[in-house]
Design a protein around this ligand. Structure first.
Ligand code: HEC
Length: 417
């Protein structure tokens, strides 16, 4: 039987190399590009040019062959075999070689009758009109020179009862200066007072992670991140009476620029089974020597309760080249959560596990970041090279592996079984 099968395979392989017709735009290529590229490469999205029809795609044919063969596009840094992800952006080898064969054959259009239906997009908000929209009360004007600024803008949530957030879309107003955005719910009214005391819109919150009020994180945005919805029964607490604080990290580009950023919030519609939480596993004592090509720094966090992990988000700056996150179970066995390589500051990604991962109490999550602080790193912002430590600025570094989770359901007492 086995012999027979392999004989059959050999025959079909032989047939494949001889008789398979040249791929055309209308038949194969349009469909591959529609599924893998058009989401970002269309008007109003983050891709620098559109790839939505024959003219646009054939104009970029050589670049398309190059970036797909080199796995540069679609952008995705997780090394295969180290975690499995729901939001994976990876093309099959068949798709990649189909694009290459099409380009090599002179990028023929084929028969227009074979074209797929045009994809329909809801341009505007990713998941339709949000339930709640918070817009900065007025535009913030940023001077062109000097150090990066952190501004916090405060908006009343308007909530009279506790709600849960299923997802959030942050729309940076001016991408030339918005480096990242974090959003919080302030339950103390303190952020509002800080805002009132600062004459400019919002208040200065350069101290970043250290704050003078009680807050919980509700969402954020960094370059490369796309909006996501959690499972229908999982949401982040959005407390009644809270204020929304939008913390924007601005970097300056030499010109006066202004920004008016907005966030859209999607609430859970059905009752909540799990409260979404997240912990930053960080090491603020990192020290990256000048000249080193693969300097490792570590951080870890041990869960004291049973939890179910849903995603991980590696965060470093421009020297960061690789990050590995691993769960070390109480019995010493190890499970890779993600290995982002090459890590790219412009492509920050929340890696959502295909199957949520159960982490029993006592599980340690290890984070290892590798940094290239030598001249071989084209993105190295420090010339001449110097030792780099932790800091919020883009020219400084960070080591943070965020892990999102919810508490594991408590088992029914034994007497009930
Ligand atoms: C998640 C969004 C996203 C997807 C999906 C995506 N791109 Fe891109 N692409 C971008 C962005 C943003 C840039 C510019 C920044 C960069 O190069 O990283 C870019 C740049 C490019 C470039 C220029 C890069 C270079 O090195 O010259 C090409 C060519 C390209 N994309 C082709 C594709 C093709 C082909 C696909 C599908 C197979 C695809 N992209 C999928 C967002 C995306």
């Amino acid at each position: 039987m086995r012999l027979f099968l392999s004989a059959l395979c050999a025959v079909s392989l032989f047939a494949a190399s001889k008789d398979v017709p040249t791929p055309t735009y209308a038949k194969e290529v349009s469909r591959i590009v529609q599924t893998n590229c058009e989401g970002c490469h269309r008007p109003g999205q983050i891709g620098p040019f559109s790839l939505t029809n024959f003219k646009e795609v054939s104009a970029f044919k050589n670049e398309i062959k190059r970036v797909t063969a080199a796995h540069i596009m679609p952008p995705w840094s997780a090394v295969a075999g180290h975690g499995e992800f729901k939001n994976e952006r990876r093309m099959s080898e068949v798709e990649i070689s189909t694009l290459a064969r099409w380009v090599d054959a002179g990028a023929p259009m084929g028969d227009a009758k074979d074209l797929p239906a045009k994809a329909v997009y809801n341009d505007g908000w990713a998941f339709g009109e949000p339930d709640l929209i918070y817009k900065m009360p007025e535009a913030f004007s940023l001077s062109g020179n000097g150090v990066d600024e952190y501004r916090c803008f405060v908006m009343p949530s308007g909530l009279t009862e506790d709600k849960f957030i299923r997802g959030m879309e942050v729309r940076p107003g001016n991408r030339k200066i918005v480096h990242h955005v974090r959003t919080f719910a302030d339950m103390t009214g303190e952020a509002r007072k800080l805002d009132a005391a600062d004459p400019k819109p919002g208040f200065d919150c350069s101290r970043g992670m250290v704050v003078a009020y009680k807050r919980i994180g509700i969402g954020g945005w960094a370059p490369g991140l796309v909006p996501e919805l959690r499972a229908e029964d999982t949401g982040a607490l959005f407390p009644k009476g809270s204020d929304v604080v939008m913390e924007v990290h601005y970097h300056k580009n030499g010109k006066v620029e202004s920004d008016l950023s907005t966030i859209g919030v999607y609430l859970n519609k059905s009752p909540i089974a799990h409260i979404a939480k997240s912990v930053p596993i960080a090491n603020p004592f990192i020290k990256i020597p000048a000249g080193e090509e693969r300097h490792a720094e570590r951080a870890s966090y041990t869960f004291r309760k049973d939890v179910i992990a849903t995603s991980v988000l590696p965060h470093m700056h421009l020297l960061g080249n690789e990050m590995e996150m691993t769960a070390v179970f109480p019995d010493g066995s190890r499970k890779p959560l993600v290995w982002a390589k090459p890590y790219d500051f412009n492509w920050q990604t929340n890696y959502v596990f295909k199957e949520p991962v159960f982490l029993p109490a006592g599980t340690k999550v290890e984070v290892v970041g590798y940094y290239n602080n030598s001249e071989s790193n084209a993105k190295n912002p420090n010339k001449p090279l110097k030792e780099i430590k932790w800091g919020e600025g883009t020219t400084e570094e960070m080591l943070v592996g965020f892990i999102s989770y919810y508490d594991a359901p408590v088992k029914a007492p034994a007497s009930n079984e």
